[in-house]
Design a protein around this ligand. Structure first.
Ligand code: FCB
Length: 472
């Protein structure tokens, strides 16, 4: 059994995706609130107005997490609940919500892992240029300090920013996610400011003498679709673009050289001093892993010159993402080798499938069970090879607001009934409870034969369209 006893098993969520009540108790609106309320931005024009109503059910939800057996719960704080204007006056009622959540977690022996920024920038800051403003790292550090001072004695793990690549590329280059910009010149500056924001927040955290802070990146190994030199080169560029952009900056204080080529005239000269500043390993790296990239050269597709293919013979999730557990082992070994074996937490891993409605109160999701089992085994393989992996969080605890996809994509261990907010454990929740209770061993037992309801979840693969994903 490769998982040590102190390995942390958990589940993850984020504020805008589950809380609902985005303007309650004096909170300031976020760019996601505004984006979701702009017609045509989110599938079905759905919003996070209600989501899982977690804002009003947090204590019950913590009880449910305890029943499930989580060691750690990864959640995010909405910046605008705490600082409605993004800076300045603290909104006590917003802060109290998180203080109550943290206390409830601790009462149930669940360790809080708090993400400071999971994409919901206050509109007030966006109107000052948001992440394009060179002051944005200071805004972030001040916000972080407010929380470190209020909750730092009770929150053992902090994540500064979730997936800076997703903030940068779907947010400012492709326009699929808030704030929905499409501009070649903005992403390099946004990325740089996010990295400075991380570094400044870590510096503040250190002045308080604390030690468990990191950043969470989305990673996916990039494999060429063919051995042709063009596809090899395309996969190398995509690897620089997605995997190395932020990590090389954090670990080495430099950007991969491919980026200057990808962005051409839009790539600025960054002052050497600021490059030195963004070199900031933190105490751990959070890894969000879902799939791999199968890459084909596409010279006409600017700026990358590469596209991600959807393999026709592979199992796909409803996000159109290939189920590829081996890529998790590969990613973890790559981190070990390239970045001198940093401490790692898998901060997100999971899959969206079309789950059947409950039958006799049960939701059968055998494909998610299989996905989780395979990925936990893949993580174990990396542990056996010396990767310093310390924990694993399923994305996600609940079916929730999946950004531009609205509620159409379900990742949860629990189904949430939109009519009355009942949380129903899926078979994957029962499976994961066994995994946690056995400290990982249950993931190595052979699956039990499928129960009734299996058929509903196994529609032929080719009958489903593979929708475009934000990773394309
Ligand atoms: C990640 C996000 C998370 C969720 C999953 C499916 O990129 O961090 O909020 O949307 O994808």
């Amino acid at each position: 059994m490769p998982f040590p006893d102190d390995f942390l098993w958990g589940a993850a969520t984020s504020a805008y995706q589950i809380e609902g009540a985005p303007l309650a108790d004096g909170a300031g609106p976020s760019i996601w609130h505004r984006f979701a309320h702009t017609p045509g931005r989110v599938a079905g024009n759905e919003t996070g107005d209600l989501a899982c109503d977690h804002y009003h059910r947090a204590l019950d939800d913590v009880a449910l997490m305890a029943e499930l057996g989580l060691d750690v719960y990864r959640f995010s704080l909405a910046w605008g609940r705490v600082l409605p204007e993004g800076r300045g006056a603290v909104n006590r009622r917003g802060l109290d919500f998180y203080a109550r959540l943290v206390d409830a977690l601790l009462e149930h022996d669940i360790q809080p892992m708090a993400t400071l920024y999971h994409w919901d920038l206050p509109v007030a800051l966006h109107e000052r240029g948001g992440w394009l403003n060179p002051d944005s790292p200071h805004w972030f550090a001040d916000y972080a300090e407010t929380l470190f001072r209020a909750l730092g004695d009770r929150v053992p793990f902090w994540i500064t920013i979730n997936e800076p690549w997703v903030v940068t590329v779907p947010g400012y280059l492709d326009g699929q996610l808030a704030p929905g910009h499409r501009d070649l010149f903005e992403p390099p500056r946004v990325a740089h400011h996010l990295l400075l924001a991380h570094a400044e927040a870590v510096a503040v955290y250190r002045t308080l003498g604390r030690q468990q802070i990191g950043l969470a990146v989305n990673l996916e190994p990039q494999h060429p679709a063919s051995p042709s030199p063009a596809d090899l080169e395309a996969s190398r560029r995509r690897d620089a673009f997605i995997n190395r952009w932020f990590l090389d900056a954090l670990m080495f204080g430099r950007y991969p050289e491919e980026l200057a080529d990808i962005f051409g005239p839009a790539w600025p000269e960054f002052p050497a001093k600021s490059l030195e500043q963004i070199r900031c390993r933190g105490d751990f790296v959070g890894v969000n892993y879902y799939s791999r990239g199968l890459v084909r050269a596409a010279p006409d597709v600017a700026p990358l010159g590469a596209v991600r293919l959807t393999p026709s013979d592979a199992e796909l999730t409803t996000m159109g993402w290939e189920v590829y557990p081996k890529g998790l082992t590969e990613t973890l070994l790559w981190l070990r080798d390239r970045y001198a074996n940093p401490p790692l937490y898998i901060t997100e891993n999971g899959a969206a499938f079309d789950d059947p409605p409950p039958r006799n109160g049960r939701v059968e999701d055998p494909r998610r069970v299989a996905y989780l089992r395979a990925h936990i085994r893949a993580a174990a393989k990396a542990l056996e090879q010396g990767v310093d992996l310390r924990g694993y969080c399923v994305w996600s605890l609940f079916d929730n607001f999946e950004w531009a996809e609205g509620y159409s994509k379900c990742f949860g261990l629990y189904q949430v009934d939109p009519s009355d907010q009942t949380r129903r454990p899926k078979a994957s929740a029962r499976f994961y409870r066994e995994v946690m209770a056995s400290r990982g061993a249950a993931a190595f037992q052979e699956p039990t034969p499928p129960t009734a309801g299996y058929a509903a979840d196994t529609a032929p693969r080719d009958a489903r369209a593979a929708p475009a994903s934000r990773a394309d």
